[in-house]
Design a binder for this molecule. Structure first.
Ligand SMILES: [Fe+2]
Length: 249
């Protein structure tokens, strides 16, 4: 592709509008690079490389995927919760909810999606996630200044993998006031969809937030614990939110 057609291609690709995208006729298939090439000989001169098994073990330790234990036999479906007024459809598929450098305490939320009837994990479940920023603001809560149609801040969709597992990075959302004495405590919205199961609209909450006393919508089963993780680059918090879906009736 020439420089000018590549520029046009990139421009077209970045101007994302749902449904109307067409690959330019000058576009070529992305080139394959199936071997290490000269990088392979460079690697050979370095200190002994870990085997793929060692690498996989290290990676698993680093991301600490919770063990895939089946829920107990008397398992219940995750409770639903209000949709609220701020959902927007068609958020992009990505595993980071917030834009780069979004202020706030970094959170890593992970979990699995389960079928209540089979007690087995559900791969390819769509999780539609949206939340307020650290000051309790949504990207669409100012009707005078709605966000651009293709700009989704603090929203994303993601899919569970072949182990029913998901994880995403975000920031701790802030509380927001909805009445003279009514607050919504920090929460993250979920809309969970799987072909064979009833769609679930719910929210997760964080243990010991003072605004939980002033909220009529919170349900204790939806509160998770956060654990602080310290790394050489700083600290973040992590929590697990497993979801159990009821089958369609
Ligand atoms: Fe909300």
């Amino acid at each position: 592709m020439s420089d000018s057609s590549r520029r046009d291609f990139l421009k077209t690709g970045l101007g994302v509008t749902a449904g109307g995208l067409l690959l330019p006729s000058l576009a070529t298939a992305t080139e394959a690079s199936g071997d290490l090439g000269s990088y392979g000989s460079f690697l050979a001169t370095q200190t002994p490389q870990p085997t793929p098994t060692q690498l996989a073990a290290t990676r698993l330790r680093e991301i600490a995927i919770p063990a895939a234990q089946q829920p107990a036999a008397n398992v219940r479906a995750t409770e639903d919760n209000i949709l609220g007024p701020y959902h927007r459809p068609n958020a992009p598929l990505r595993a980071k909810i917030t834009p780069p450098l979004e202020p706030g305490t970094v959170l890593l939320i992970k979990g699995r999606v389960w079928g209540m009837d089979t007690r087995r994990i559900l791969a390819n479940t769509v999780l539609d996630i949206w939340q307020a920023d650290s000051r309790g603001r949504y990207d669409n809560d100012d009707r005078q200044n709605p966000p651009a149609a293709n700009l989704f801040v603090n929203r994303a969709r993601l899919l569970t993998d072949e182990n029913g597992y998901y994880e995403y990075e975000t920031i701790h959302p802030g509380a927001y006031q909805i009445g003279p004495n009514a607050w919504r405590p920090p929460h993250i919205h979920y809309w969970v969809r799987h072909t064979n199961y009833r769609a679930l609209i719910t929210q997760l909450y964080f243990r010991n937030d003072p605004h939980q006393r002033d909220d009529q919508f919170i349900r204790p089963s939806l509160i998770i614990d956060l654990r602080e993780i310290r790394t050489q680059h700083g600290t973040y918090k992590t929590g697990v939110f497993d979801v159990v879906l009821a089958p369609r009736q």
